[in-house]
Design a protein around this ligand. Structure first.
Ligand SMILES: [Zn+2]
Ligand SMILES: [Zn+2]
Length: 144
């Protein structure tokens, strides 16, 4: 896909929908403390065109820093957005959670922020056990 194609996505419960056009050909990952507290881990997101983005449904926003607010679905709690509210060159920059757009995961990771503050366990390049969806489902079903 290219940055010109619109993404169509939704939150976990479907109450919030989003149609937005990525402004970059990659997704970003952030390891800052704010993102980790918000989502429990590294925050993957798309930069999108804020002027044309259509986000509908019960989104609540919270101020999370003097310069930014985050939006979430008030029905299911899914992370929806991160917006720069501070005046300056980045005012209005809008990022939407990558998880809203399963079809958008074909875009590569382009930038990872706050790598110096990333907890050791969040570095997925380190050796660790990997399990497929099939393996996890088998585990949860009690199959050997
Ligand atoms: Zn929801
Ligand atoms: Zn962050």
């Amino acid at each position: 896909m290219s940055a010109q194609d619109s993404l169509q996505g939704r939150c976990m419960c479907g109450a919030v929908t989003a149609v937005a056009r990525p402004t970059k050909d990659f997704i970003t990952a952030c390891n800052c403390e704010n993102c980790r507290r918000w989502g429990g881990g590294t925050y993957f997101a798309f930069h999108v065109d804020a002027a044309s983005a259509e986000i509908t449904g019960p989104v609540k926003t919270v101020s999370v820093a003097p310069w930014a607010e985050r939006g979430f679905c008030s029905a299911c709690g899914s992370n929806v957005s991160y917006r720069i509210v501070a005046e300056g060159p980045h005012h209005g920059v809008l990022k939407l959670s990558a998880g809203l757009f399963p079809e958008g995961t074909g875009l590569p990771l382009g930038v990872e922020y706050f790598t110096d503050e990333r907890p050791t366990a969040f570095d997925l390049s380190r050796p660790h056990e990997e399990m497929t969806a099939e393996a996890v489902r088998a585990l949860l079903s009690g199959e050997p």
